[in-house]
Design a protein around this ligand. Structure first.
Ligand code: ZN
Length: 324
């Protein structure tokens, strides 16, 4: 995917996150497969999917997405959603699966928005429901921007619990209603954020989800150019610890994705994302705690060459050793 000079989207961070992690034991990286269109269409209007893929979306719809359309964007988009689908399958098989992309929570059923074309969480949840018989899913969205697309897609779906913690004064300016929304004023810091998160997490697990999807955006960092909040790296690490500890206690499979992050320098964002994946490895490495499910087919073609740095990762058996 080529972006115009000066574009706000930090395309380089995906390779940086992988560079941070790839020499460490305990992760296995594989190229993300393309998500099959049949899976995308579980969550999206078929006409929207077709128009995006063949390049016939109206100019205003492309502007709302925020990327110039190209065949490279189509490949990247399908690999990003495919990585989350593969991570979902890993989670069901092994207890934990990650995508080093994804978290595209601003995409609605019939429109993309805010650098998000397809909603990988909605696709994965509906695919798990169809292929694995997963009934209840929970979304923990801690990106600083509200998970508005996810909230809208699952509004009225009693089997999906959507939680979003986000900045009140940040994009999207017209908020949707998640099952549970927590809003912060500008410059909210560690204490306020962590107190609020600790207070609401039990609500997610009282729902007894069969799978948890965590959108672990790191744009709540004080160093973020777009985030407007003021978390420290230590505060962000504690955020992840709270989530993973609750997931481990519940024994629910976890699907982990990236999300937003726009720190300057971008290295700070990449390091924060990498820290999240290390914490997952450390805290969720006991192996599969969930009931094993038959492996569903995922027949998207390999996207190694096309998707650039989009990979998924999962714990390898070697990862069971290091715990701290
Ligand atoms: Zn964000």
């Amino acid at each position: 995917m080529r972006l115009p000079a000066g574009h706000k989207f930090p395309a380089e961070k995906y390779a940086l996150v992988r560079e941070c992690l790839e020499r460490e034991a305990g992760f296995e990286f594989t190229p993300a497969p393309f998500a099959p269109l049949s899976a995308i269409e579980l969550a999206h209007d078929r006409g929207y999917v077709e128009r995006f893929v063949d390049g016939s979306l109206a100019a205003a719809a492309v502007r709302r997405i925020g990327f110039p359309w190209s065949e490279g964007l189509v490949r990247r988009t399908l690999a990003s959603a495919g990585g989350t689908l593969a991570a979902a399958r890993d989670a069901i098989e092994h207890g934990w699966g990650g995508n080093l992309a994804g978290g595209t929570h601003h995409a609605f059923r019939d429109a993309g928005s805010g650098f998000c074309v397809f909603n990988d969480f909605a696709v994965a949840i509906l695919w798990l429901r169809r292929e694995c018989g997963i009934a209840r899913a929970a979304v923990i969205d801690l990106d600083v921007h509200q998970g508005d697309g996810t909230a809208a897609i699952f509004a009225g779906d009693a089997d999906v619990f959507t939680l979003s913690l986000h900045g009140r004064n940040n994009f999207p300016f017209r908020k949707q209603r998640s099952r549970l929304d927590v809003e912060f004023a500008d410059s909210a810091g560690d204490e306020e954020y962590l107190g609020a998160l600790a207070a609401v997490l039990p609500r997610v697990f009282d729902f007894h989800p069969h799978v948890v999807l965590y959108q672990a955006g790191v744009d709540a960092l004080a160093s973020d150019r777009l985030g407007r909040l003021a978390l420290s790296p230590a505060g962000l690490a504690e955020r992840d610890r709270l989530v993973f500890s609750a997931v481990a206690s519940a024994g629910a499979p976890l699907v982990l994705t990236l999300g937003g992050g726009y720190s300057q320098p971008i290295r700070l964002t990449a390091e924060a994302h990498a820290a999240t994946y290390r914490a997952a490895r450390r805290m969720l490495s006991r192996g599969s705690q969930n009931n094993p499910a038959p492996q569903p087919p995922l027949d998207g073609s390999p996207a190694a060459a096309a998707s650039g740095s989009i990979c998924r990762c999962r714990l390898t058996s070697a990862a069971a050793a290091p715990r701290s």
